[in-house]
Design a binder for this molecule. Sequence first.
Ligand code: SIN
Length: 529
Amino acid sequence: MDRYLVGFNINDIPYEHYDVIIIGSGIAGVYTALQTDKNVKVAVITKETLDISNSVLAQGGIAVSLDKDDSPECHFKDTIYAGAGLCNEETVWALVSEAAENIDILCRYGVNFDRAENNKLALSREGAHSKNRIVHTGDATGKEVCDTLIHALLKHENVKIYERTFAIDIIAENRKCIGLLTFMEDLNGFKLFLSESVVCASGGYGQLYYNTTNPPVATGDGIALAYRAGLRLMDLEFIQFHPTVLCHPENRSFLISEAVRGEGAVLLNAKGERFMPSYHPMAELAPRDVVSRAIFQEIQKTRSSHVFLDISHKDREYVENRFPTIYRTCMQYGIDITKDKIPVAPAAHYSMGGIMTDAYGRTGIDGFYACGEAACNGIHGANRLASNSLLEGLVFGRRIAIEVSNRVLNGTKHKTVAPELLNVEKVSSEPLENVNVLKLKLRKLMTEKVGIVRDEENLQEAMKRVLEMKQEISGKAYTTIEQWEFVNMLTLAELVIKSALMRKESRGAHYRSDYPQTDDINFKVNTII
Ligand code: SIN
């Protein structure tokens, strides 16, 4: 694999200096920028516009132990249980013990969470939580949080936003970060951001799959660029499939929040039978991997494309008010959720794996940090507990913001001068064509062969076809964002398959029909470099 995605001569590229560069404008990126000291000069780089991210689409909410019967210890236990033996206890404890202070900060920014009658934050339930602890804004929590934070960020004079700017590769020397090479659509050219601190909050890689709740931007670019820079990736085999995604001929990506099950919705198979109680004692509120696999099996058993989610027994007005987005969206497809059963099937939703970091977002390159879905610090283990992901962006984004601010303000930075001799040659006259066709082919392959249930034969076949695709594009010129995204996706597909082949057991979201047991003796975290 080449160290750089593109050919360039560093001396030909316009550059600018910043104290901190943040890649990504989801909750992790925006919150890190907001929490960075106002005397620190920050650039936020985002591939599309500021308001496009996976975080914006989050429906359920943010997990935090606020109830008098709840505690960070209890949230810790639930997170560890869902993570199926692979969580890192240090980072999980950071997550749950710092949750309340970060929710408080969100409230001070003006996030309008739903309130109970006593004006305390309303708390709902989601899968594998033993208490009600999800703060939410109807069924559009991600949008409310992101809109509020973006609004606040736009008032920060120390932060400059660069939209339609694609992060290509980091520049580092002697394992120290120097900056980031980008492509700016508005300039139609490269731009170099020189900085001692780069924070990668660029999101996950749900777009590796054909059916996904993720927006088209989720192509794992930040994770792939970290890998090219020689950084270690971790837990890539664990892809979370959300159990209940609308399954309608015109829409296979709209999430039906787990909070709907939290409010009492039941799952029925194509014959109208409730099945979850026979799979897990927590029934519809079992961990997500368990529910997705159960649905997968019911779909196969009944030779259907979907199962049904039914909340029609609840009061109509309550359902309309509690889930206005879901109600309105389903109505567009002729489904009245207050009386009709909703056709649903699992779809790729969240990448547990990513750039390996410690509890402060640090990586193997000094000054290069990662947080949010792009990072992996072991809080999710083999299966993420519902509504821990926005929380992850907050807790670890803030930790990074404090660290990079201290570095800058205490003057411990290293020099950020572009290396004079960096000239990367890539000579090819043959353009890479039909990249959207290739993307689709890859996404179908991953869905078919590297989905909810895996085995050696299918994984080997997937690997063979990914390597063929790599061969097919090798030596060609990649010059557009779509082409760079595809190369990044192909890199990650190969690494996901490699990790899935390495894990010869079933654990959390990684289920192997040829190794159905959990191997509690030889198991370990998979890392790839
Ligand atoms: C949901 O609302 O079901 C999604 C929440 C999450 O992914 O944690």
